[in-house]
Design a protein around this ligand. Structure first.
Ligand SMILES: Nc1ncnc2c1ncn2[C@@H]1O[C@H](COP(=O)(O)OP(=O)(O)OP(=O)(O)O)[C@@H](O)[C@H]1O
Ligand SMILES: [Mg+2]
Length: 282
């Protein structure tokens, strides 16, 4: 089955025959940081209501892609549509409105160190809403409870563990009840149990709030636990694979096959560090 056919198949609902409209639609995207493009001609669709894992070697442009989807980077060419809006066609007010529907958990957390966890989580509400201080405080408390951090509201980010920082970042990404949640390596650098807890939290939040989730990850265990779909990027942000997790696991594209062939020594699999597999190092 070709990539195109597999995407077409998933697009058609068995019940209705209807094609779900992608919640993110990237077409011929060229984007970078002023020098040569980092992503040069990428087209992908992300389907609503699913968890899509974005994988690929370090530096191939995964975070750059997420930054384009939240409007932090402006494409040099091509388009990014989010929930039906072409981001480049929106004026500033409309862009702010459209992006209040998208939560991003940054790769480095991006919590401000000089203010408390609660103040960090409150920030998007202060920018995007006209709620009173009392309602903002209540919303922040609810979101911190959801991620298991109610007790840490008054701590500074520097007083949190790695897993707690990710939870705080998730609470902030979720505070506007977005339709779309983007997580950039939510479990990187965490011990396996904490990483698995974060995965389960993401799944719980997705189900509770009926969100679409996009997760950049290097972790095979995370993909197995939470992903419905997989997108794999190669060097220069080229698309190597896009389809369901099951299709990815059977896929013949060498980079995808190598990624999913990596198993524990007991299972007789490839035991190279995952980044070596992704980057094609022996
Ligand atoms: N702010 C920036 N200014 C200039 N170049 C940047 C900037 N951010 C990233 N890059 C470059 O863009 C390329 C892609 O970076 P990006 O962070 O998107 O990769 P990634 O796939 O997320 O990698 P990783 O898995 O290591 O997080 C890299 O070559 C990087 O050096
Ligand atoms: Mg990254």
């Amino acid at each position: 089955m070709t990539r195109q056919e597999s995407q077409e198949q998933r697009r058609t609902s068995p019940e209705t025959g209807a094609e779900p409209t992608p919640i993110i639609s990237v077409r011929d995207l060229v984007v970078g940081y002023g020098g040569p493009p980092i992503i040069d001609g990428l087209s992908i669709d992300i389907l609503p209501g699913r968890v899509t894992a974005i994988i690929g070697g370090s530096g191939c442009g995964k975070s750059t892609l997420l930054k384009s989807v939240v409007g932090l980077l402006t494409p040099q060419a091509g388009s990014v549509r989010v929930a039906g809006h072409d981001l480049a066609a929106l004026d500033e007010d409309a862009l702010v409105g459209a992006l209040s529907n998208v939560g991003l958990l940054f790769q480095q957390g991006a919590l401000l160190n000089s203010i408390t966890v609660a103040q960090n989580v409150a920030m998007p509400l202060e920018v995007h809403s006209r709620l009173s201080r009392e309602v903002i405080a209540l919303t922040v408390r609810l979101k911190l409870e959801l991620v298991g951090l109610a007790h840490a509201a008054e701590l500074l980010p520097s007083e949190l563990s790695g897993g707690m920082k990710k939870r705080a970042g998730l609470a902030r990404a979720m505070v506007l009840d977005p339709e779309l949640l983007l997580c950039d390596e939510p479990s990187a650098g965490l011990d396996p149990q904490t990483a698995a807890d974060i995965d389960q939290l993401i799944l719980r939040l997705k189900d509770t709030f009926r969100m679409t989730v996009v997760v950049v990850t290097h972790e095979l265990a995370s993909i197995e636990a939470i992903a419905d779909d997989v997108v794999m990027l190669g060097r220069g942000g080229v698309l190597l694979f896009s389809g369901s997790k099951e299709e990815a696991q059977r896929c013949g594209v060498p980079e995808v096959r190598d990624f999913f062939a990596r198993r524990t020594p007991e299972a007789g699999g490839d035991t190279r560090p995952l980044l070596d597999v992704l980057e094609g190092r022996p």
